[in-house]
Write a protein that binds this ligand. Structure first.
Ligand code: AMP
Ligand code: MG
Length: 433
């Protein structure tokens, strides 16, 4: 990890030029999607690896590995037959049909002490160790056996239907590196090398702070002018999915004193503070002003995207610690989208993993689309269709407050800022959620 301070120069790439903002009052902090993305990814490079914990193998699912995992033996540990059939010397089966003398049988988990000599074969099962002397396996489908004789109808090449000892990995090879996100395949790998317990990085704590006078909790009955706080829940759920530990703070009213107190609480308790609401241009959008008073540094105060334009990213020094924060727009769709685009990569880094790229596919647009130019759009959409012909369709929505539309979607359809009318049938980028 580099310990370079974040400065305009360190954040500047050759390709991407943008203004570095130090106060929220400067208007220059609105970046293109690519610039904002680059800013977050550069910030990630400065995050040191977290502390580690020891956990049982299955408890490591979704966590990030904090140690090197090495092969405790060769893989496979013996030449492994990949078929049921006959272990032979390939040269004996150069001419077919070939008649061989069957010495015996070997199954997975069994052993065979002898050596296959010219003219001999051993009946073998998938997963069994190919006996000495044999250099190929002929599938049982190409054989007919009678008593201790087998007739083989197919000539194998040397090495056919077996994996040589050590072909996958050698004793001592590094199989998994620190920073690897542990999914089922990696869990299987660790089981195979006998890691019943392993070291993973500690989960980052993420304080979630929703702001707004109109908000009441999920268990309350809102008055006609109020709405239930859904953002705290979607954010906490996204934090959990991304491998963090959410800390849901009480809702902050649009009032400076209480907002300040709750921001302090979040900064004290967490490795990352995620706010929702209060970052637009309204009279009661106080979040940036309060953060600014607390000495925040802002890396951007908006991105040319829809939904989520007012998104804010920065950091605050709290005692000896520097805590990054995001101020996400309050609209329920914006909050989820900006989390996916910007918060998740940062959370990956706080988890000790390289920030993930959003996984994207290309899909055929089902129905033509009209938007305005100037913003990169991440529209709630449904991806369906077959393996070789994915089709995407935008969910009709009432804008970035339309939670129902977001809950029907399974992806984002990406529309570049240059586009206005996109005809049916065009191949477009789709980002999976
Ligand atoms: P704001 O960004 O504070 O201007 O809020 C934009 C819109 O999102 C308003 O309609 C808010 O009522 C709504 N909103 C803000 N915070 C939340 C929340 N925590 N849960 C649900 N809706 C919210
Ligand atoms: Mg508000």
């Amino acid at each position: 990890m580099s310990d370079l301070p974040i400065t305009p120069d360190n954040l500047l790439s050759e390709k991407i030029q943008f203004e570095f903002v130090t106060t929220a009052t400067q208007a220059a902090g609105i970046l293109s999607f690519e610039q904002a993305d680059e800013t977050v990814r550069r910030y990630c490079q400065h995050i040191p690896p977290p502390q580690s914990d020891s956990v049982a193998l299955l408890a490591s699912l979704g966590r990030v590995l904090a140690e090197e995992v090495k092969a405790d033996r060769d893989f496979p540990p013996f030449p492994r037959s990949t078929r049921d059939g006959y272990a032979v010397r390939a040269a004996d089966v150069a001419k077919v049909p070939a008649k061989l003398h069957v010495l015996g049988q070997i199954k997975a988990g069994g052993t065979f002490a002898g050596t296959v000599q010219p003219g001999q074969a051993v009946e073998i099962m998938t997963g069994a160790a190919v006996p000495q002397g044999a250099d190929a396996v002929v599938m049982v489908e190409y054989s007919s056996a009678a008593a201790d004789q087998v007739e083989l109808q197919r000539t194998p090449s040397i090495g056919e239907n077996l994996v040589a000892a050590g072909a996958e990995a050698r004793l001592g090879d590094v199989l998994l590196n620190p920073g690897t996100r542990l999914e089922p395949a990696q869990i299987a790998m660790m089981a195979a090398v006998g890691k019943a317990n392993l070291k993973v990085y500690r989960k980052p704590r993420v304080a979630v702070l929703s702001t707004g006078d109109e908000l009441v909790d999920v268990s309350e009955t809102p008055a006609s002018h109020q709405i239930r706080n859904s953002n705290s829940y979607s954010l906490c759920a996204q934090v959990i999915q991304a491998g963090g530990e959410p800390l849901q703070l009480p809702v902050a009213p649009d009032e400076e004193g209480k907002l300040t107190t709750l921001i302090h609480a979040g900064l004290d308790a967490a490795d990352l503070l995620v706010l929702s609401g209060g970052v637009s241009m309204g009279k009661f959008d106080l979040v940036e002003m309060v953060l600014n008073k607390l000495g925040a540094r802002f890396f951007f105060t908006g991105a040319l995207i829809q939904p989520g334009r007012p998104v804010v990213f920065g950091e605050i020094k709290k005692g000896e610690r520097v805590v990054p924060f995001f101020g996400l727009p309050g609209n329920p769709v914006s909050v989820m989208t900006t989390f996916d685009l910007f918060v998740r990569p940062l959370l990956d880094a706080l988890c000790g993993a390289p920030p993930r790229r959003t996984s994207s596919v290309s899909a055929r647009l089902k129905k033509s689309l009209k938007t305005k130019t100037g913003l990169t759009r991440f529209l709630p959409a449904i991806l369906e269709g077959g393996l070789y012909d994915p089709v995407v369709q935008v969910v009709p929505w009432q804008g970035s407050g339309d939670l129902l539309a977001a809950s029907k979607a399974n992806c984002y359809l990406v529309v570049s800022p240059a586009r206005e009318i996109i005809p049916e049938g065009e191949m477009l980028t789709v980002v999976m959620r």
